[in-house]
Every structure is written in structure tokens, then in C-alpha cells.
Design a protein around this ligand. Structure first.
Ligand SMILES: C[S@@+](CC[C@H](N)C(=O)[O-])C[C@H]1O[C@@H](n2cnc3c(N)ncnc32)[C@H](O)[C@@H]1O
Length: 145
């Protein structure tokens, strides 16, 4: 029974790893480095693959003028992120259970993503070039495009 439940939880997380990257969180102290990058004015911020929601929660709290949207494809991670967003009471944060590769990037000023290099080049770069507006910002954690 427990093995079955563990399987149900781990399988979607493993499959998500094939799409952009397996779940590995941004290092906590690196979230603070965003203070040097993010502008202090109204922005639409998107996190592609939010995992348990740490980065989006942090951005929503520290930038109340932002509208923060976070996408997650692995259902168990999405549920935890969604619950954390509800408990936090952050009104400027929306967590969505969505495949980022089928999601329109064009309304967003800033996109944050932590994906594997090959997937970034093949799957994210074309969306960046086709959908993101001039002057918008793509922040790729760890890997360069
Ligand atoms: C490396 S983790 C980064 C988690 C979080 N962004 C952070 O930096 O702490 C990548 C996340 O993207 C999710 N993911 C992978 N492919 C995805 C897709 N096509 N759409 C949405 N989320 C995806 C994974 O489930 C995983 O939670």
C-alpha cells in the first residue's frame, strides 16, 4: 500500500524531470541575489516550474507590486505549492497546474526558470524568441542559454 502511494507521488515528479528538469530547488541564499536583478516597479513575473513554490513565494512577499504566476507540471509539487500560497495569504501570487511548454509567455515582463541546458536551448529558447516582448527579462538559474 505505502509503496503504491509513494509510486503515485514520485511518478509525476519523475516524468516532469523529462520535460524541463527534475525537482531541485533554487539554493535559499540565491533567492536573495534576485534583489540585485529585479526592478522595484509593477511587473508580471512568471516562474516556469515552481517546484514547492519557494522562489515565487519569496518574490511575491518581497515585491508586493508584482503579479506573480507560478507553473508546475508535477501534480504533487503543485498541490504543496498551492497550499503554501493559500496559507501565506499572498494575494499577488497564483500557482497553476500547467505545462509551461504550452503556456503563453507573452504577457510576462520577467520569467524565472531553472531548467537543464539541453531543454532550455531546445524548448525554452524558441518560446523566448517567439513570445517574449522586447525589454522583458529571462532569468535562467545555474545554466546559460
Ligand atoms: C529544477 S526544478 C526548479 C524548481 C524551482 N523553480 C526552484 O528554482 O526552486 C524544475 C521544476 O520544473 C518542473 N517542470 C519540469 N517540466 C515542466 C513543465 N513542462 N512545465 C511546468 N513545470 C515543469 C519540475 O517538476 C520541477 O519542479
Amino acid at each position: 500500500m505505502w509503496i503504491f502511494i509513494a509510486f503515485l507521488i514520485l511518478l509525476p515528479i519523475a516524468f516532469a524531470g523529462l520535460s524541463l528538469a527534475p525537482y531541485v530547488p533554487t539554493f535559499p541564499s540565491d533567492k536573495k541575489r534576485l534583489l540585485d536583478i529585479l526592478p522595484n516597479e509593477e511587473k508580471k513575473f512568471l516562474e516556469v516550474g515552481c517546484g514547492l513554490g519557494d522562489v515565487s513565494l519569496w518574490v511575491a512577499k518581497n515585491y508586493p507590486e508584482y503579479q506573480v504566476t507560478a507553473l508546475e507540471i508535477a501534480f504533487p509539487l503543485y498541490v504543496v505549492a498551492k497550499l503554501r500560497a493559500i496559507v501565506s495569504g499572498q494575494k499577488n501570487l497564483t500557482i497553476l497546474y500547467k505545462n509551461a511548454l504550452k503556456y503563453d509567455f507573452s504577457p510576462y515582463d520577467i520569467i524565472y526558470i531553472y531548467g537543464l541546458p539541453e531543454n532550455m536551448d531546445k524548448k525554452i529558447l524558441p518560446k523566448y524568441e517567439q513570445e517574449m516582448q522586447t525589454g522583458s527579462l529571462l532569468i535562467s538559474y545555474v545554466f546559460t542559454l
